[in-house]
Design a protein around this ligand. Structure first.
Ligand SMILES: Cc1cc2nc3c(=O)[nH]c(=O)nc-3n(C[C@H](O)[C@H](O)[C@H](O)COP(=O)(O)O)c2cc1C
Length: 110
């Protein structure tokens, strides 16, 4: 039986973003950044594997928007420009693995 007939494998739309299918990895705190919120080989491997699995969209674990709002060690951060290149590495590894896989950062304030 072909997958084509199942809606979950058909294109989905979120806002103005087209997803290749309707399979989404819900936000899941990875605990794989460094203590000061920088990317590690482990987290890049995690995201490469998620993208390789064929899902349409990945939502990252919660990403701190202020230093005071960081709730966990090894959490991703986006409260200063120095983190832009770090977060970009996650997007890059996802798109290098599957350029149709969408990845969005979940922001979180603990
Ligand atoms: C280890 C772990 C980390 C999680 N981290 C987050 C998170 O960072 N942000 C969030 O909104 N939900 C987080 N969740 C909740 C999951 O995204 C999801 O909503 C929950 O596991 C229920 O999934 P289900 O509806 O498929 O059973 C986490 C869950 C687990 C088990």
């Amino acid at each position: 039986m072909s997958r084509v007939q199942y809606k979950v494998f058909s294109e989905g739309i979120v806002g103005n973003v087209v997803l290749k299918n309707r399979l989404v990895r819900s936000a899941t705190f990875e605990k794989q950044m460094t203590k000061d919120g920088r990317v590690t080989e482990d987290i890049l491997q995690t995201y490469a594997e998620l993208a390789a699995g064929g899902i349409g969209m990945i939502i990252t674990g919660l990403t701190a928007v202020t230093q005071a709002g960081k709730g966990y060690a090894k959490q991703a951060c986006i409260y200063s420009d120095e983190y832009i290149s770090e977060i970009a590495k996650i997007a890059d590894v996802v798109h290098k693995t599957d350029n149709k896989c969408v990845v969005i950062a979940q922001i979180g304030h603990c």
